[in-house]
Design a protein around this ligand. Structure first.
Ligand SMILES: Cc1ncc(COP(=O)(O)O)c(C=O)c1O
Length: 397
């Protein structure tokens, strides 16, 4: 093959680990194997009926054309109202950009703000795509790792130590994918206090799991007045409204950043899907669908108990999202008669092969001691998965 066929940009980019595991699980399923797929990052619920009805109505009303790049005014207004209602944050519609999923919002911001060599402080464990998006935008990820002993949350000292004169952005999610951890107001205040000293550093606050939080209440780092202008809130419909396929996200930022993101998006993809936008406006005006969150919490409780019962697993108690991210490093170096677990990747491969449970290894999340289980599935399946994992690992000594 011609050496010059592909760009270096794509050559150095890893395949999405989550999609890879999902594909392996699908392949095994196609062979008739009884695979439990806990690798996916999406709610198992269908989109609520009333949101679907809003989309059907949008079609009938002729929302079938290009919309303005930053989104339909009615949706941008609904987002402004949501940010006021849920987060007590004041924005105007010129600060809102509707995107093709939250993923595009993050890409917009990185492409808009990063020059080659600019550093992005990335809290690890991190969502797999952050690292690649930063690199596509010629940025340099500076990873700050917080392990299970600190509930996977970066502290003020770690943040301060990571900032250099090349730092342009800080990027994290709360609630977090892959850990489910959530920063409290006090924890965010400590981080904000550090950022007070670095007025040229901006923050991407990925709040896509905002509505899937169980008891502590979601907090945004944009709620600190002195920082708000430097925070880019990223959010979307995929998780809280079970709308992954609708590809609808949004961002809220100062007008200079928002305007530049609209410019970038206008050249890449134009506006998000018109029908999804009308449905999203309806959903955001309606607000949270608490039934889904209640179910996720029940499942979390069941699954934590099961995983805690497996020898060697260290499990934290996440307050949001729908993942457990146990530290499984106890098994590194252990063998059954056939295989040896050497790292999180071989751990996940063996679970898939022997227990028929698909997970995602922690390595691509920047956490090589861990593995991610998604519990966006029924309690019966969660219980079956717990049994299978425990039985499989019993043989490793
Ligand atoms: C932390 C985080 N941010 C963003 C996204 C992307 O969401 P969207 O479907 O809106 O592009 C995901 C999806 O898995 C995610 O986990």
């Amino acid at each position: 093959m011609d050496k010059r066929l592909l760009s270096n940009r794509v050559k150095v980019m890893p395949e999405s680990a989550t999609l890879q595991m999902a594909q392996m699980a699908r392949d095994l399923k196609a062979q008739g194997k009884d695979v439990i797929n806990m690798s996916l990052g999406e709610p198992d619920f269908d989109t609520p009926e009333d949101i679907k009805d809003a989309a059907k109505k949008a079609l009938d009303e002729g929302y079938t054309k290009y919309t303005p790049v930053p989104g339909l005014p009615m949706l941008r207004e609904a987002i402004v109202a949501k940010l006021k209602r849920d987060n007590n944050l004041d924005y105007n519609i010129n600060q809102i950009v509707v995107t093709n999923g939250a993923k595009q919002a993050i890409a917009n911001v990185c492409l808009t703000m990063l020059d080659p060599g600019d550093e992005v402080v990335l809290f690890a464990p991190y969502w797999v795509s952050y690292d690649s998006i930063i690199k596509i935008a010629d940025g340099v990820p500076v990873v700050v790792y917080a392990g299970i002993d600190q509930d996977f949350k970066v502290n003020a000292e770690q943040l301060r130590n990571a900032i250099t004169n090349k730092t342009k952005l800080v990027l994290f999610s709360s609630p977090s994918n892959p850990t489910g951890s959530m920063y409290s107001k006090a924890e965010l205040a400590e981080l904000a206090d550090v950022l007070k000293d670095y007025p040229d550093v901006y923050i991407i606050s990925d709040e896509i799991y905002e509505y899937i939080n169980f008891d502590k209440g979601h907090q945004s780092i944009a709620s600190f007045d002195f920082l708000k202008d430097r925070v880019i809130i990223v959010n979307g419909m995929s998780k809280g409204f079970a709308m992954t396929g609708w590809r609808l996200g949004y961002m809220a930022a100062n007008e200079t950043i928002a305007k530049s993101c609209i410019k970038i998006q206008g050249q890449f993809t134009s506006a998000a899907n018109s029908i999804s936008q009308v449905a999203a406006a309806y959903a955001l005006n309606h607000g949270i669908y608490p039934e889904m969150t209640k179910k996720f919490k029940e499942r979390r409780d069941v699954f934590i108990k099961l995983l805690k019962d497996i020898p060697g697993f260290k499990v934290n108690e996440p307050h949001g999202a729908f993942y457990l991210f146990p530290d499984i490093s106890y098994y590194f170096g252990k063998s059954n008669d056939v295989d040896t677990i050497t790292d999180s990747v071989s751990f996940a491969e063996i679970l898939l092969k022997d227990a028929m449970v698909a997970t995602v290894p922690g390595t691509p999340f920047g956490a090589p001691d861990c593995v991610r289980f998604s519990y966006a599935t029924s309690i019966e399946i969660i219980e079956e998965a717990g049994i299978r994992v425990k039985n499989c690992l019993k043989n490793f000594r």
